[in-house]
Design a protein around this ligand. Structure first.
Ligand code: PLP
Length: 386
């Protein structure tokens, strides 16, 4: 396809764009069951439009959106146990936050080894590769949390960063962050907690477990407003225990109105930061509490329904994520997609994964279950490719 010699008419543009959009599966269709993103809150959508042309990379032009970002970071800091010395960065998502954490760990410790459980998100591998760091993978407990004894053995005086995950991608399992913090601290390593997914759920559960900067030894935490936070994509944040460390490794930015930038991107969407502010203020603690608890409850209910149908859960639902054992999981995903249902995969044990984000309701899941016999067959307690 070539750039047209003259611009298309408004009508033709609209038709082509709508044809493309019709191929997408909107979250609000209720058929996206395997994503950690969701429909942004209506206030986030409106705000994104309002701030569409703003660039966080140049505060001279956009002091208004910078103010909103800073206020939102202050609010978010509260969720991740930030203290008076802590600092936060607004970034493009969990991957950039995890990348930045590894860079800070490498530069602060002068070491290059990353110790992480097998369940850690692939963004750490990307980052380690780009940063010239070496990954040491550690094992898991039977319920897919990081095996702390294994971490203890792997962490040495060469370790730059130890990673704990507060809500892992495949199962929603939460690692023992207090124990990981202790192990890292003993060896002078940076301890990073990836709460990209769990950060908006854990603080709102009836019995919250500690996972943030208020845990001894924890140096940084990732939290993603574009997941359960309901901000528009791209919105991810990194918080560090000591704000000064952020700026030590930052790059000088001579021609724009920042002195230094600590993140990877330069020009970046102020609209996403403003939408994060809007989501936090429109939803509030009460809204997030209802959302988090209902994700957990729906996942437990759905897990039970599937077990009654003879399916095997790989693990009990964790933070709203249901993992079903499916041997031919890629084929199953394709079959379900043909029926309009978009699920994702588990890989540690082959399976499919349903994430009970706010757009995933008991009504949608009931429809999904009712449609199952057409696409998948339950046999010997496992869902098989029909
Ligand atoms: C635990 C965890 N960390 C990091 C990421 C990466 O986040 P993003 O896709 O926003 O870069 C994900 C994505 O699902 C995740 O589940």
């Amino acid at each position: 396809m070539n750039i047209p010699e003259t611009g298309l008419s408004e009508q033709e543009l609209g038709e082509r764009l709508h044809r493309a959009r019709e191929k997408d599966t909107p979250f609000l269709s209720g058929r996206v069951l395997g994503s950690m993103c969701t429909a942004p809150h209506p206030a986030s959508v409106e705000t994104f439009r309002l701030f569409l042309d703003t660039n966080l990379g140049d505060p001279l032009i956009n002091p208004g959106v910078v103010e909103l970002r800073d206020e939102a970071l202050e609010m978010l800091g509260d969720l991740v146990g930030a203290g008076p010395r802590s600092g936060g960065l607004f970034l493009s998502g969990g991957s950039e936050a995890n990348f930045t954490a590894l860079r800070l760990a490498r530069d602060t410790t002068g070491r290059r080894e990353v110790v992480m459980p097998r369940t850690a998100h692939f963004s750490f591998r990307k980052a380690a590769h780009a940063l010239g760091m070496r990954v040491v993978e550690t094992g898991l407990t039977e319920t897919f949390e990081a095996d702390v004894e294994d971490i203890k053995e792997a962490v040495t005086s060469e370790t730059a960063c130890v990673i704990g995950v507060a809500g892992n991608t495949e199962f929603g399992a939460v690692d023992d962050i207090e124990a990981i913090g202790e192990v890292g601290e003993d060896q002078g390593a940076w301890v990073h907690v990836d709460a990209a997914y769990g950060g908006f759920i854990l603080p709102y559960l009836p019995e919250p477990v500690p996972f943030g900067l208020d845990v001894d030894g924890v140096s940084s935490v990732t939290i993603d407003p574009h997941k359960m936070g309901r901000a528009a994509i791209p919105a991810g944040c990194l918080f560090v225990e000591d704000e000064e460390v952020l700026m030590e490794g930052a790059t000088r930015t001579p021609y724009v109105s920042t002195e230094r930038q600590a993140g990877l991107l330069s020009t970046r969407p102020g609209a996403a930061a403003a939408s994060m502010w809007a989501a936090l203020n429109a939803i509030g603690h009460e809204g997030y509490r209802i959302q988090a608890r209902s994700a957990v409850e729906i996942a437990e209910w759905f897990g039970g329904v599937m077990e009654n149908k003879g399916a095997t859960l790989i693990r009990k639902p964790g933070l709203g994520i249901v993992s079903l054992a499916v041997e031919e999981n890629v084929a199953a995903r394709e079959l379900l997609a043909e029926e309009g249902w978009k699920v994702s995969l588990t890989t540690i044990v082959p399976g499919i994964r349903i994430v009970c984000m706010p757009h995933v309701t008991t009504e949608n899941l009931t429809r999904f279950v009712e449609g199952l016999p057409n696409t998948l067959e339950v046999d010997d307690g496992r869902i098989l490719h029909a």
